[in-house]
Design a protein around this ligand. Sequence first.
Ligand SMILES: [Zn+2]
Length: 190
Amino acid sequence: MNDFDAFSFDRFPKTPFLPDVPLERWTPDDGDRDEFFMRAALVEAQIAAEEGETPIGAVLVCQNRILVREHNRRERLCDPTAHAETLALSRASAFYPSWRIEDAELFVTLEPCPMCAGALVLSRVNRVVFGTRDPKAGCAGSLMNLLTEERFNWRCEVVEGVLRDDCADLLRRFFRERRQANAAARKSPS
Ligand SMILES: [Zn+2]
C-alpha cells in the first residue's frame, strides 16, 4: 500500500467508527421501527422535563443502532444553540471521520427549528423523523421546509407524525405545569 492509499483509507472510511459499547439496536421483533426510535427520543424529552428544560429529545441512529441520545439543554448550558438536535449532531460527529454525518437518521420529538434544520442539511443526515409540528418555529413543513429545499445541495427525507400525540402531550403538560407554578408563585410571593 503506498502512502496515498494509506491516507485515503485511514482518513475516509465509508462507515463511521461505532463506539465500542453495546448500542441499542432495532430488530424486526421490536415492532414498528420509527416508533421504536421515537420512544427512545421521548425518554430523552422526559429527562429534559425533569431538568426543567422544554421537553424535546432526539436520538441519532446509524445502521439500526442508537449512536447518540440527547435532549434540550438550553437552560442548563445557558446556550441558545443547545437544542437536542445540535447536541446530538455534535456528539455523533466524534464517531465520524469527517464533518459529514452520513448513513444516519435523526429522530426528534418536535419539528426542527431553522437552526437545527440547517444543521441537519449541513451534516448530510439522510432522514429526519419528527413527532409533532411546531407552528411557531418549525422549518420542516410548518413555516417552511429547509430539509427538502431544492436550492440546497442536500435534501433529507422527512417523516412526520410518529407518536405525535405522545410528543405533543409531553410539551402541553410541561407548559401547563409551568403556568400553574408561575400563577401560584404570583399568588403567594415569599
Ligand atoms: Zn432547534
